[in-house]
Write a protein that binds this ligand. Structure first.
Ligand code: HEC
Length: 161
């Protein structure tokens, strides 16, 4: 009897694990839905590539979970700002795709002339497609509200140029 129970129990656990994995997968698929970077639709592959690049190139400052540096709103002793979060608690989603792309490629000075910052320019380290993938990954983590807001900012920015 015990043996039978164990078999049933383990079968239940296995199917629960399978269901959980499936649910996660679907969650995951939804992350690319309707998402664009610089007007081009984002793919799941791109998000996966971006996640990897983020871990290698951005996580050391912006946090493994996009949480930013501790006390990121307080200026450092050198007068510069710490790295802000890239999740919905930060302000990355206040900027248009074009600005995010330029900041990542050329540094903050490229959008705010004369501004001194610890954010490195990734030109020469990441190519344009890789920068796009990192932004796709960051954007894929945002809830609906942040996505909608940032899509409007991006559309307004396109009108301007
Ligand atoms: C050496 C640390 C460091 C690394 C590595 C780094 N950043 Fe930053 N980043 C910063 C700092 C510091 C700021 C804040 C700049 C400021 O306000 O002076 C910043 C700001 C930004 C901003 C502007 C955010 C906003 O809300 O204004 C973006 C976008 C950004 N980083 C993207 C990236 C991406 C993408 C990567 C990886 C490819 C990356 N950063 C890697 C330090 C870093």
């Amino acid at each position: 009897m015990t043996r039978k129970l164990i078999i049933i129990a383990s079968a239940t656990v296995t199917s629960l694990v399978a269901i959980a994995a499936l649910a996660q997968q679907q969650d995951h698929d939804a992350s690319a839905e309707g998402l664009t970077v610089l007007g081009e639709p984002v793919t799941m592959e791109e998000i996966a590539v971006g996640r990897q690049l983020y871990a290698e190139s951005c996580a050391s400052c912006h946090g493994a979970n996009l949480e930013g540096q501790a006390d990121w709103k307080r200026r450092l002793d050198n007068g510069r700002m710490p790295a802000p979060p890239h999740d919905e608690t930060g302000h990355t989603w206040h900027h248009s795709d074009q600005d995010l792309f330029t900041i990542t490629k050329n540094g903050v000075e490229a959008v705010v002339p004369g501004y001194e910052s610890d954010m490195p320019a990734f030109e020469g380290t990441l190519d344009d497609a890789e920068i796009r993938a990192v932004l796709a990954y960051i954007k894929s983590t945002w809830p609906e509200r942040q996505r909608t807001f940032q899509a409007k900012v991006t559309a307004n920015d396109e009108d301007r140029s």
